[in-house]
Design a protein around this ligand. Structure first.
Ligand SMILES: [Zn+2]
Ligand SMILES: [Zn+2]
Length: 141
């Protein structure tokens, strides 16, 4: 857990606790997608006695602050990552790799389109995933 991580939390105006800082550190330093249990294992190694329920509460606070996105992937558990707002995922059926489409604003544009077509229904959250074969697996045949 670095100074940088603590600073990110302070800048978002949320109260910094060791639990939140470690949960955030796991996500921010790896840049990957993790289940709450995976975060718990990693953060717990640095913060003995950390409880899974505390990890969930920390994730919720970080999510409310716009630092962490929660996503549901096809056939998978909920995953968390250091990224804000709803955004689409690409899931490889061969290696299980999770990636993002190249256009950073695609999630926002999809949400806007969905809202525009929903006649007053306000969509606040969206879980979109494309299943297929990633470039590396396709190259491997
Ligand atoms: Zn993602
Ligand atoms: Zn793959």
């Amino acid at each position: 857990m670095g100074e940088r991580n603590i600073k990110a939390l302070q800048e978002c105006g949320i109260r910094v606790t060791p639990q939140r800082a470690h949960v955030w550190g796991v996500l921010a330093e790896s840049g990957g997608h993790f289940t709450a249990e995976e975060i718990w294992e990693r953060a717990g190694a640095l913060l003995p006695g950390l409880e899974l329920s505390t990890v969930y509460r920390s994730l919720e606070a970080l999510g409310d602050a716009g630092l962490v996105a929660e996503s549901r992937l096809p056939e998978g558990p909920r995953v968390f990552e250091a990224r804000s707002s709803s955004h689409p995922h690409l899931v490889c059926v061969v290696c299980g790799g999770i990636s993002h489409p190249d256009a950073d604003d695609i999630g926002r544009r999809l949400l806007e389109t969905l809202n525009a077509a929903s006649e007053g229904f306000e969509v606040s959250e969206m879980h979109v995933a494309g299943r297929g074969v990633c470039a590396r697996c396709a190259a491997d045949g």
